[in-house]
Design a protein around this ligand. Sequence first.
Ligand code: SF4
Ligand code: SF4
Length: 363
Amino acid sequence: MEYRINKRTGNRISTLGFGTSYIAQAKESDAVATIRRAYEGGVNYFDLATAEGRTFPYFGAALGDVRKNVMYQVHFGADYHTGTYGWTTDAEAIKRSIDWQLTRLHTDYIDYGFIHCIDELSDWQEYQENGAYAYLLQLKEQGVVRHIGLSSHTPATIQRVLDEAPVDMLMFSVNPGYDYQKGEYAKGSVEERTAIYRRCEAEGIGIAVMKPFSGGQLLDASLSPFGQALTQYQCMQYALDRPGVLTVLPGMSSVEQAEHLLGFFNASEQERDYSMIASFSPVDAVGKCVYCNHCKPCPMGIDVGLVNKYYDLARNGDSMAAEHYHGLGRDAGDCVQCGHCNSRCPFQVDQMARMQEIAAYFG
Ligand code: SF4
Ligand code: SF4
């Protein structure tokens, strides 16, 4: 397992987290075993926007004795009074739902209390007018909620909420399909989505990735909007290479699935290499480095993807990125213009020119 630090909260979060979208498909004993297997594999971050209310006790049973070792993100606005998931902004309904969830989780605190599913500006307005946001802040004040989160699919709305609320964690739908305007939640342009990643990285807001496989579409050539299937490992690496991303939250419903996902950490670079997405990049993404490192190895030992990521972040006003760049053992100034990266890059990035530009920028 690998871990990343949320710079705002100091929490050490597993890069593979646990999504709950499929856990209701398993019978109770299998679900509990799956959750426990993920925990034993090092997963310490669990999303609880589950489809069925009956799954909350599964987490209480699987993790009750190790509660202090794990983090829950609980959604203020996910309501289960009918038994299945429903969205609400009503403060009283949310209060009932949170009390009900905490009891079944065998806990009395929430690591990340989420402003839940705010896709439109009108949702955010309604969330505040109906008292949902005030209730979340009240629990934060009381110490029941430790940190505030936001879940949303829409870049423009995210920008507004981040301007107005003290968000430490963003749950955002990230996969190569959405980033390239393909799929149900492909909201925002390439630039708008990139701006979210960069803002989160610069401000220390962690991103937890939902829908890393586009609901499974990207894994099936017959459903993939690109006509080609990607693997789970390729999608996970893609998400983890976006600035700001701390953890990916794929759904799991069996021990076998949990073990397969944990296998990501033993997978080869080739198995994680997602550069095939270059074949379906939109015109406005051509020539832009996506930090995939398909161009490796650089004979000078330069981490081309990382150098490019720090450069893009620094130009966006992220002062920490400049510090990280200057801490690299090898940087753009070491480039000998051999041309290997240019010949390997499937995204047609003129990396030789870019290395000169980066070296000049950082001095
Ligand atoms: S230059 Fe191309 S191959 Fe290398 S990291 Fe950037 S996008 Fe990937
Ligand atoms: S052109 Fe520069 S960055 Fe690219 S592989 Fe050669 S030395 Fe490395």
